[in-house]
Design a protein around this ligand. Structure first.
Ligand SMILES: Cc1cc2nc3c(=O)[nH]c(=O)nc-3n(C[C@H](O)[C@H](O)[C@H](O)COP(=O)(O)OP(=O)(O)OC[C@H]3O[C@@H](n4cnc5c(N)ncnc54)[C@H](O)[C@@H]3O)c2cc1C
Length: 231
């Protein structure tokens, strides 16, 4: 998938999505020896039976909890991630998620929109390169025009918040995202699915891969969905 990526790189102020893990819940003090960020769900869930196990046991127990739908302990793992190269259109879909999630977005009331970048479409459902180039040219024209008009509005005395309203929805933004593992699993189920819009599906795919690096037992049963996401 994303077979036309090379056509996007030299477009006007083109940017691609990027996600960085900033922080993840860490056991502290005496708990440092007893659990890891990944084993926190099972370790804390053991309170129900007053049972004990090794970290390896807890990795196995994580998977059992997920199979059984005992999801609350997954809230023990909190992630902080930095996202760049996501569109305003994606922001509108993403912020519909309400439970166990939060954001701090770059504000264009304060940051001038003339510094904006743009996230161009993949158009990977189109097979003819010439057609894709033509489509991207249209998008690029709009991006250039929007920046030019924004600067003109500001020069005429418009505030930044009124100036930005002419921006196309594919302008790029950045944010910090705060989310727990339970909410992430819910997001993956909805947004890795083929039914989801392509940009949020691409974002979910990148995010999934990061989560798998750090806490695989919490997400590995969604691997098949990730495989079919197209990214
Ligand atoms: C493929 C796809 C297409 C979509 N199309 C559209 C569309 O055309 N138009 C549109 O407006 N939206 C659309 N959405 C957004 C969708 O309706 C949800 O708002 C979004 O996916 C967030 O899901 P959620 O409410 O489950 O998540 P969260 O808000 O994070 O909620 C998580 C879970 O908590 C529970 N919960 C949350 N709030 C409540 C509540 N108030 N009462 C009881 N239980 C609650 C539910 O079990 C919910 O699943 C679409 C989403 C997808 C994935």
């Amino acid at each position: 998938m994303d077979k036309w990526k090379k056509l996007r790189k030299d477009l006007f102020r083109a940017v691609e999505p990027e996600i960085k893990l900033v922080a993840i819940s860490q056991p502290v003090g005496e708990y440092k020896d007893l659990c890891t960020p990944e084993t926190l769900p099972a370790f804390t869930a053991r309170a129900s039976h007053e049972s004990k196990g090794t970290k390896e046991d807890d990795i196995r127990l994580n998977k059992t909890l997920i199979e059984l739908g005992h999801d609350t302990p997954l809230q023990s793992v909190q992630f902080v991630l930095y996202f760049s190269g996501v569109t305003k259109s994606l922001q509108a879909q993403w912020t519909r998620h309400k439970i166990g999630v939060g954001w701090t977005f770059r504000s264009t009331r304060y940051v001038p929109a003339s510094q904006n970048y743009f996230v161009y479409n993949t158009y990977d459902y189109i097979d003819e390169e010439e057609k894709v180039k033509e489509l991207l040219k249209i998008d690029e024209e709009i991006a250039k025009k929007a920046i030019e008009l924004f600067d003109r509005k500001i020069a005429l005395g418009s505030t930044k918040q009124d100036g930005r309203k002419i921006m196309p929805v594919f302008w790029s933004t950045s944010c910090y995202f705060y989310v727990n593992a339970r909410a992430l699993r819910h997001l993956f189920k909805l947004r890795l699915d083929k039914a989801a819009e392509w940009e949020i599906r691409r974002m979910a795919s990148i995010l999934y891969d990061i989560c798998m690096e750090w806490t695989p037992s919490l997400f590995e049963n969604l691997k098949e969905l990730r495989g079919k996401s197209g990214f």
